[in-house]
Design a protein around this ligand. Structure first.
Ligand code: ATP
Length: 215
């Protein structure tokens, strides 16, 4: 009997306030380099690690993610999911993974979880992180070209491996930007040409129409 093909499912969660080119480019590279069958982008409802800056609603963050990733729908199997936003309350990765394992049973699917290096290095502070590491393969993208960042990530990866947890580092095209920096740029009224270096045009239009991040 032919074996059922194992699907590789990628997950990329975050606040995405707003989603920017660092997210977009690492998400697409993650898809390609890991040969994913599906990528699920999951905006958090109330993130455990941070406040909801800018007065932006979860729905607006979800809309921006959809605007950013929908343009890939012909070539990639990408879903922007409201699983955490619909659930309300604090979003814990462990709970989300549990819910996803019902939809994508582990014996048929291999779950990869993309994080930036900052999140990767904080992994031990995540709620139920050991169980999370048992449930999926963590993939760290680099966020800046700084040599120490790469060294720290590699060292932490080695340490996790010595404890039996295999993780991956993706050699991504680094985009040195954060949502915090972008919110500040928008608030300062930086020119569109500057903002478009970091934001997709669809997302910038949405931000302009709704006048978000300006106050
Ligand atoms: P903030 O400045 O509000 O903290 P952020 O830019 O770090 O936001 P998040 O929504 O918190 O963005 O990030 C979601 C995920 O994307 C995290 O795993 C984060 O490490 C990763 N990430 C954020 N920015 C980049 C980037 N420029 N390159 C690669 N990964 C990134």
């Amino acid at each position: 009997m032919a074996r059922k093909k194992i699907n590789k499912i990628g997950i990329f969660g975050g606040t995405f306030n707003p989603v920017h080119k660092g997210h977009e480019i690492s998400g697409i590279e993650f898809y390609e380099k890991f040969n994913l069958g599906r990528l699920i982008i999951i905006p958090a409802n109330i993130p455990p690690h941070k406040k909801n800056y800018g007065g932006v609603s979860p729905r607006e963050r979800l809309d921006m993610c959809r605007l950013c990733f929908n343009k890939y729908e012909n070539d990639y199997n990408i879903e922007v999911s409201d699983i955490e936003i619909k659930k309300d309350g604090v979003s814990y990765t462990f709970d989300t993974l549990e819910a996803l394992r019902e939809i994508y049973p582990p014996y048929q699917n291999l779950i990869y979880f993309l994080v930036g290096s900052d999140m990767f290095l904080e992994l031990e502070h995540w709620h139920r992180y050991k169980e999370i590491l048992d449930m999926c393969v963590f993939v760290s993208a680099l966020r800046n070209n700084n040599k120490t960042e790469r060294e720290k990530v590699t060292e932490f990866q080695r340490e996790l491996l010595s404890r039996g947890y295999k993780t991956e580092i993706i050699e991504n095209n680094i985009v040195e930007i954060s949502s915090t920096e972008l919110r500040e740029k928008i608030k300062r009224g930086e020119p569109e040409s500057e903002l478009l270096e970091y934001l997709s045009p669809e997302v910038l239009n949405y931000i302009k129409e709704r006048r978000i991040y300006v106050l």
